[in-house]
Ligand binder design. Structure first.
Ligand code: KG4
Ligand code: ZN
Length: 364
């Protein structure tokens, strides 16, 4: 008989999703998601146009226990059946992190099972191994409301950050653009919808970072340019908003295309023997169709494979945390009950901020 797979409970509370999942893994190839429960707090924060940390922490406190109970029930397991409890320990909003990590510690203590304190970014980085059993090394483009990074994923715990934003995250740029134009939160889907009927050429917007060496991003200048264009065209009709959204989407698509192009070249130079290397996308902005199409074009032109996990695994979820926990457990990388929640926790420990330590650290 083959050995029984390991079972890991994963808990995610670093931002505005309360999530728990049970994942099974037999030690090779992809994993199996036995349950994956996510409660989004979007409605709790919509009136404020962004995530309010205190509201998020309280909502996690209320939602987490029943969500864990549901994840366990759907998977048909008891705490005694688990091999480890994994929880996001950072980076993220400290209140939410403490709620999830403390709950995981309590379950670990009561059940006598090991704890794995997972880096949220590692959860995103390893998801393609949960879904597709993807072999190391590969490239990851993570584009969400809080993060914009290009990472080389070399192994569990082995990451090189090749690019990051020096100011706003890409999802944040979508959200701020939407707010400026009177569109609802979250801004990404609203901007994408409006852009569909817009003329991308009517407003000329800058393409920050294009032509510069390396893979870093910058979006705050674009936001300022949108504000100036909107002020000059005010009062805005629906057509004006559509044209501004189309111009914004075209600009960010060009920027991401250029930055990814550099990363692909860099990967080719570093790993010439990998015939068809893979780029994985993750994060809420990966839902954007114009961006996906552009990535597809860039990757195909350079002989790369494009791997986009199902959308519910691209955005924040507990399965990616359970999976990272399972991979770490298999390597004996468990944590003590004194593990700390860390609001900032770069995946690449040696990547010191290249431009100050402020905005770059927070969004990195
Ligand atoms: O990964 P995610 O669900 O949550 C975190 O940031 O943790 O990403 C949310 C972000 C928001 O900024 C949202 O506006 C953006 O992803 N987003 C999109 C789209 N759907 C969501 N941005 C552009 N186009 C979309 N279709
Ligand atoms: Zn995330």
């Amino acid at each position: 008989m083959p050995p029984a797979p390991v079972l890991v409970l994963g808990i995610e509370t670093s931002c505005d999703e309360t999530a728990a999942s049970v994942v099974a893994w037999n030690g090779e190839g992809p994993g199996e998601i036995r349950s994956n429960i996510v409660r989004s707090q979007i409605a709790d924060h919509a009136a404020f146009g962004g995530v309010v940390p205190e509201i998020a922490a309280r909502a996690h406190v209320e939602a987490l226990d029943p969500i864990i109970a549901r994840a366990m029930a759907e998977a048909g397991v008891d705490f005694a059946d688990l091999d480890a409890i994994a929880a996001t320990a950072g980076p993220g909003l400290i209140g939410g992190l403490i709620v999830g990590l403390t709950t995981a510690k309590a379950i670990a203590l009561a059940s006598g099972k090991p704890l794995v304190a997972v880096n949220h970014l590692e959860g995103h980085a390893l998801t393609a191994r949960l879904t597709d059993g993807l072999a190391f090394p590969y490239l990851l483009l993570l584009v969400s409301g809080g993060h914009t990074q290009i990472l080389l994923v070399r192994g569990v715990g082995e990451y090189e950050r090749w690019g990051t934003t020096i100011d706003d995250a890409l999802g944040e740029a979508f959200d701020k653009t939407a707010k400026l134009l009177g569109l609802p939160y979250p801004g990404g889907p609203a901007v994408e919808r409006a852009a569909q009927t817009g003329d991308p050429l009517r407003f000329a917007l800058p393409r920050p970072m294009i032509g510069r060496p390396g893979c870093d991003f910058s979006f705050s200048g674009l936001k300022t340019a949108i504000r100036h264009a909107a002020q000059a065209a005010a009062p805005l009709s629906d057509d004006d908003v559509a044209d501004l959204c189309a111009a914004f989407e075209a600009a960010v698509t060009d920027v991401v295309g250029d930055r990814i192009g550099h990363a692909l070249q860099q990967f080719r130079a570093a790993h010439p023997s990998i015939e068809t290397p893979t780029l994985v996308v993750a994060g809420g902005v990966a839902a954007n169709r114009a961006l996906r199409q552009r990535l597809d074009v860039e990757l195909t032109a350079r002989g790369f494979r494009f791997l986009a996990p199902p959308m519910e695994l691209c955005t924040d979820n507990g399965a990616m945390i359970a999976w990272a926990g399972a991979e770490r457990l298999a390597l004996g990388m468990t944590d003590g009950l004194d593990a700390l929640a860390r609001p900032r926790w770069p995946l690449d420990q040696v990547a010191a901020p290249r431009i100050g330590s402020g905005a770059k650290g927070a969004k990195a």
